[in-house]
Design a protein around this ligand. Structure first.
Ligand code: SAH
Length: 351
């Protein structure tokens, strides 16, 4: 951390409650100061000086070693349906997206977990340029705080379904969950948070053992290895059988329902036979299928399934007794598919 005379300050939002407490106690400050500081951070004060119940020596210590990381909104697109997509600038000039959506039960935000992604799913807009870097937990928290600050809205639900593969940034995502869930901070209940993964099998086992009440979604998109291999290269590393074993372990361990995401692509994974294969694979599991008409992305040829095929596909699943919903489409007029705003931003900067 320290080099000759140069102090490297770090973002205090990257610390969990426990880390902050341990640090202050180690430095000889009373434990309850951590509680005060944590509360101030998540009340969104921007300067340590504004934490007006702290003595000068702690404020000096904080100023010497930390800063309060803030993300800037560098672009914003509002859809006719009220969905707002934000492009946030990070301190190293990278950018990530998050999307604010209104539902019956309140506001939900879809956040990014990495700058870029290395999963290379063929239908996804976030893969261009590969993985740039992981987001720190404090940067993920800032996605929520920046949007609340900008919009004046209180967010009640989080889905980690933006840019990136959360299980490829496992430790920071776990720190993020624990911090955002803390009762003295933003305090969003674990049951109001969903992590979506492309199927990193070892991380699914690990996550099952965390014993969190957080929801898990698996991006499946096909019940057949030969199709899934083409759509999602991760399937060549962990195939469907291995993925299902991990899902069974998760369900047994947590007794929680898994959501399987299935993006319907015309002529690729939307036949009756595909629906039957999906039903055979998931029948009897504690799960729910979320069908998503694919969002067309510039640069690939995938088309949205016909309405009739979607209806037929859905009926086959229902007839097999598996709960299924068709995702309500929000924000398609504002390049709804994750990664597209950042992608056009990158292309603009290149051109
Ligand atoms: N990497 C994680 C989370 C980010 S992607 C994952 O794969 O689950 C969030 C969801 O959006 C995933 O289900 C992903 O497959 C889906 N998705 C990506 N591009 C899409 C597109 N063009 N249309 C519809 N869904 C898409």
């Amino acid at each position: 951390m320290m080099e000759v005379g140069i102090m490297v300050k770090s973002n205090i939002k990257n610390l969990t409650y426990e880390e902050l407490e341990r640090l202050l106690v180690d430095k000889g400050f009373p434990r309850y100061r951590a509680n005060q500081i944590f509360k101030w951070i998540y009340k969104d004060v921007e300067e340590f000086e504004d934490m007006n119940n702290l003595p000068k020596d702690i404020i000096n210590y904080l100023n010497d070693n930390f800063y309060i990381g803030i993300a800037r909104v560098i672009d914003k697109q509002q859809s006719k349906d009220g969905t707002i997509k934000y492009l946030l600038g990070l301190e190293d000039n990278n950018a990530v997206e998050c999307v604010l959506m209104k539902y019956k039960h309140g506001y939900s935000i879809c956040i990014s977990s990495q700058v870029g992604c290395r999963m290379n799913c063929s239908f996804c807009a976030s893969t261009e340029g590969g993985l740039v870097r992981n987001l720190r937990s404090g940067e993920m928290i800032e996605e929520i705080m920046a949007v609340e600050r900008e919009s004046g809205i209180k967010i009640s639900n989080i889905v980690i379904m933006g840019i990136g593969e959360p299980f490829d940034n496992y430790d920071e995502v776990m720190k993020f969950l624990r911090t955002i869930n803390h009762r003295d901070g933003i305090n969003i209940g674990m049951r109001h948070i969903t992590i979506s993964t492309s199927g990193l099998v070892p991380a699914i086992y690990k996550f099952a053992d965390e014993n969190l009440q957080c929801n898990l979604a698996i991006s499946l998109h096909s019940a057949k290895d030969e199709i899934r291999n083409k759509l999602m290269p991760i399937n060549r590393k962990y195939n469907i059988a291995e993925l299902m074993k991990a899902c069974d372990y998760y369900i047994e361990k947590t007794n929680r329902r898994i959501t399987f995401e299935y993006a319907l692509i015309d002529g690729i994974n939307d036949s009756k036979e595909d629906a039957k294969a999906l039903s055979r694979l998931l029948k009897g599991k504690l799960c729910h299928i979320n069908l998503i008409p694919i969002n067309p992305v510039k640069g690939n040829e995938y088309k949205r399934s016909e309405l009739n095929s979607i209806k037929e596909f859905m009926k086959i699943i229902k007839d097999n007794g598996i709960p299924v919903t068709l995702r309500r489409e929000l924000g398609t007029d504002i390049e709804g598919a994750c990664g597209q705003l950042r992608k056009s931003y990158l292309n603009d900067s290149v051109n």
